[in-house]
Design a protein around this ligand. Structure first.
Ligand SMILES: [Zn+2]
Length: 379
């Protein structure tokens, strides 16, 4: 079956949805999202022989009509106008959060997020039509976007749009697991109190957007675990088995959406969690049997080497590849060509340039994590 034409009760994928719009597109020279990410995944996966044409789906760009499922007409008009004019008024900046340090005006500021949303919508609709399947959209995962404003580097919320599309296509139980270092405030706002959606987020405590407290329940739909800095692979395993897997399993989802933000990795410059990429793969391996349909998204991730390696390793795992210990020369070349895009950052550790998987980052399971898991277990 062609991955682009899922039909009836068939299976879809595994497919990687991507686009060349990310190649050379930047939020600007001073912004953490100046670094390439999706293009690295495509290039590294191709260098490894993991992305034959039948496994790659070019991402369609979502039309404004489709984006209206979550975003307001006024906001979408302002976002398109900002891209066309290359500037925003003070009024638009204040009202819609456009043209700020976090969400600057840049050349593809509508087309790029609309392409991310289009990819997630394509995947959500394809999965909902099929009986089973798996799709990876590394350009998706913009979990902070709000109906009427840009927020936290996110202009649109493809996560919300994708889950809404699944529900609109007739699915009645969608689980959402968010592994990003930041809390998914935009997703919570969309689905709080909706019994059809179960949200689970693990994120760094005391970090922006400061939501997702342990005692917050999102009207019964959310389980939120803030974790202290230094969060390690052993703690992630305890969280996987003590919170994520049992709460997803008891919900018996018809579809599972996992936001794989790479900023929980040790090397990320914007947060202080210390996971290896093995922790993400372990979580996905545990989650895979719990849902017939799996949608994997990207998210944060601001170290160009660690984010590219993580999402490529995820695609390799999803598409059934043996993950190599040492990368072949073509793969090492892709990683060697990356840079921070500005001076002042340390050179990457050599292991980030010639290997795909990190060494495990095990450590003690701190009592506050065990206590919080115990509290969530009682709910
Ligand atoms: Zn993040």
């Amino acid at each position: 079956m062609k991955p682009g034409r899922p039909v009836g009760q068939s299976a879809v994928g595994p497919v990687l949805v991507g686009s060349d719009i990310y190649r050379g597109s930047s939020y600007g020279p001073a912004h953490p999202l100046r670094v390439p990410r999706v293009s690295t995944v495509i290039d590294l996966a191709r260098a490894l022989g993991w992305l034959p044409p039948e496994r790659f789906q070019p991402s369609p760009r979502a039309r404004p009509a489709a984006l209206r499922a979550f975003h307001s007409d006024d906001y979408l008009a302002a976002l398109q106008a900002a891209e066309a004019e290359g500037r925003v008024s003070d009024e638009v900046r204040a009202r819609h959060g456009l043209g700020t340090l976090s969400n600057p005006v840049f050349a593809q500021m509508f087309r790029r997020p609309a392409t991310g949303a289009g990819g997630t919508l394509w995947a959500a609709e394809a999965l909902a039509r099929a009986a089973t399947g798996a799709v990876h959209v590394p350009g998706g995962g913009t979990h902070h976007g709000l109906p009427d404003r840009a927020n936290g580097f996110c202009y649109l919320n493809d996560v919300v749009l994708g889950i809404k599309a699944m529900l609109g296509a007739g699915l009645s139980r969608v689980a959402y697991v968010d592994l990003d270092a930041h809390h998914c405030d935009g997703v919570e706002a969309a689905f709080a109190g909706d019994a059809r959606v179960r949200m689970i987020s693990v994120h760094e405590e005391g970090r922006w957007p400061f939501s997702g407290r342990l005692t917050d329940t999102a009207g019964g739909s959310g389980f939120f675990l803030p974790v202290p800095n230094g969060y390690n692979d052993s703690e992630a395993r305890a969280v996987l088995h003590g919170l994520i897997l049992p709460r997803v399993a008891e919900f018996a989802p018809e579809a599972l959406v996992v936001q794989c933000g790479a900023d929980s990795l040790d090397e990320d410059p914007l947060s202080r969690l210390c996971l290896s990429n093995r922790a993400y793969l372990e979580a996905l391996a545990g989650l895979r049997p719990l849902s017939p349909r799996l949608l994997l998204l990207g998210g944060g991730g601001y170290n160009p080497w660690s984010v590219g390696r993580l999402w490529t390793a995820i695609w390799g795992w999803l598409s059934g590849q043996d993950l190599p210990d040492r990368l072949p020369p073509d793969g090492r070349e892709v990683l060697a060509a990356l840079s921070w895009g500005r001076p002042g950052r340390p050179d990457p550790d050599p292991s980030l340039l010639d290997r795909l998987l990190d060494d495990p980052r095990e450590g003690p399971i701190r009592p506050e994590i065990a206590d919080r898991l115990g509290w969530l277990r009682q709910r």
